[in-house]
Design a protein around this ligand. Structure first.
Ligand code: R5P
Length: 305
């Protein structure tokens, strides 16, 4: 298996830039994406000067005199330390006179703990929304696990769909079928497949444990087909490995995956490389060697609105 290659950064220089009056601030978890969003918008970019004190606590500083403009802060809230950094940058932006604060959260930590599953548990996703929402006029997320979570914010919100960026990346790459690993992601396969003009389908997944899943065969004929699996995230990689095995057993010629968020816990990327999967691609909401599909353009479009 090999990794997909990112388009050269210079490609964006061919775009028609619409200058947007906004300042983009990149937190340390999302620096590259923030810079690309600023480039798309043709607006100013400031990198938060974030370091950790010897005891691990976060220190951040914006090297500017004032922020007398609309501001967008781009920062993941995963792992936990990045959430603290975001809260500190929001405070600086507010005190330095930002006219409005948009928080762009490419990967929203705790989104999967969106309800109380057992008595005695917190509503983790709601807690995160409540604290981030204290100093935000607008929040933009990318393929949030459940869009309903945005209802916990009191400000304006928007969840940007990566399907467009994924479909545009694969449109000329000879894919026959776009497949989701479960019915929950069937809408994503439909969105990507429709935009690419190819057929789409879904597999049926049963989760046995946190690391183990069972996948039933697809109803589509996969024999000799080049298949693109799409999913919102890869965590342990168990879902994608099981789906690939099922598709290869059904005669698929090649199987590649494109997920929005490559979380890749417990050496998942290495496990995927060693599996029957032909190639792994993910979006740049989380940076890794596999994050070759940029969401900068679709986030920039959402910021323009
Ligand atoms: C499930 O709802 C998600 O869409 C992903 O399929 C899941 O989180 C992937 O997890 P893993 O990589 O651990 O199988």
């Amino acid at each position: 298996m090999h990794l997909g290659h990112a388009p050269a950064y210079d490609i964006y220089k061919t775009h028609q830039h619409i200058l947007t009056h906004m300042i983009i601030i990149g937190g340390s978890a999302s620096t590259k994406l923030a810079k690309e969003i600023a480039y798309e918008l043709g607006c100013d970019y400031i990198k938060a000067g974030t370091i950790r004190f010897p005891d691990g606590e976060c220190y951040t500083r914006l090297d500017t005199e004032s922020l007398d403009d609309d501001v967008a802060i781009v920062q993941n809230t995963y792992p936990d330390g990045n959430l603290v950094e975001l809260l500190l940058i929001q405070d600086v932006a507010k005190r330095m006179g930002a006219k409005s604060i948009t928080v762009v959260i490419p990967y929203f930590g705790y989104a999967r703990q969106d309800r109380v599953f057992k008595p005695g548990e917190p509503e983790s996703a709601k807690v995160m929304c409540e604290i981030i929402g204290l100093k935000a006029d607008r929040v933009i997320t990318v393929d949030l696990h459940k869009e309903d979570t945005l209802g916990y914010f009191k400000c304006k919100t928007r969840d940007v769909k990566a399907a467009e960026a994924i479909a545009d990346y694969f449109v000329d790459k000879g894919i026959d079928i776009v497949m989701s690993p479960d019915i929950g992601a069937a809408g994503r396969a439909k969105d990507v497949g429709t935009r690419m003009g190819v057929s789409y389908d879904h597999l049926n997944k049963t989760r046995i444990s946190g690391t183990e899943v069972q996948i039933k065969p697809a109803s589509s004929d996969c024999n000799g087909k080049d298949i693109l699996i799409v999913d919102d995230m890869i965590s342990t990689g168990g879902t994608i490995i099981a789906a690939t095995e099922q598709l290869k057993a059904a005669g698929a010629k090649s199987v590649v995956v494109a997920c929005t968020h490559g979380v890749f816990i417990n050496n998942a990327l290495q496990r995927l490389k060693e599996s029957a999967l032909d190639c792994v691609y993910c979006c740049d909401t989380l940076e890794s060697e596999a994050s070759t599909i940029s969401v900068s353009k679709i986030v920039a479009n959402a910021l323009r609105e």
